[in-house]
Ligand binder design. Sequence first.
Ligand SMILES: [Zn+2]
Length: 347
Amino acid sequence: MKAFRRFAKKERSAKLEEISVPKPGAKEVLVQVSHCGICGSDLHAWLNHKGYESVLAEVTFGHELSGVVTELGKDVEKWKLGDRVVMIALQTANDPKDPFCQNGLPQLSERRRVQGLHLDGGMAEYVCVNEEFLIKIPTNIPMSLAALTEPLSVAEHCIENRTSIRDKDRVIVSGPGIIGMLCAVCARARGAEVLIVGTEKDEEVRLATAKKIGFKTITVGNKYAPLHEQTKNYFPDGANSLIEASGASHALGETWRSVQPNGIVTAVALYSRSIDFDLTQFLRKQIDLRTSYASSKPDYLRAFKLMEAGQVDADIMVSIFDLKDAESAFRESENLKVMKAVLNCRS
Ligand SMILES: [Zn+2]
């Protein structure tokens, strides 16, 4: 079978390879992959960025996959041939003694791993997945859309569990990458009014996409007024909530200016360097500074509900590439030429 694999711990060291179809272990299921998204973390791993040292030197990328069950390990109980599934990307084997499993936050357990970074993932024709880490796709959701479930679950975890966003709230999303965009979708689905912020380099694709799916946008950068001044045109009293999804340290440090007293700032991006910022400014406005990491099964299930409700404009956000063109899909993603690249692994 074809698989898009990393072959060395070096920048851009991945290529399409011909390898044998894996054999499912006793508790594993063989999934014929339909679609697999390229995530920001895949890009970081591909570029061998700092913070991704734990990614294997040789591994098939891909954790945002949809597919069909085609073979069962001998002890598999939950699945049958033909089931349509998505994979839980960040995996922690259930352990009743693990407090994080008990409290519904398995993604915070030290035992977690990401399939597609720490073991072979879904940018391939087939992938073996432990039966515990699969979720059935509702019948009315197409496979290409289902490949967005994982990033949408990350946004759902952020908005549902790490903000207090409600109907009529004023929300700023800083950073128009796919996680920011999906956070905006989740906030809008709860009745919030959402502004999406990007820089000049985001204008051509990302901010244009945000406008197409009905969001107001703001551009920031040297040539423009600061965000908090531009925000006043839309939210004179400031935002109730700000989601920081850009990963720009400076952007996070300045968020207090655009948020009303007693508001909430939630960081959902990863920052490549440490941040020096004026916490006293947050304190004087009693702004709650939170973080949000990954997602777990209930977030995936709510993601399905949003898709079923027609809230996710995948046709506008997604660019589909054949698996054989995975490398150019990575390059287009790196160069911000596409909003979200998804590989068709059955092409
Ligand atoms: Zn992802």
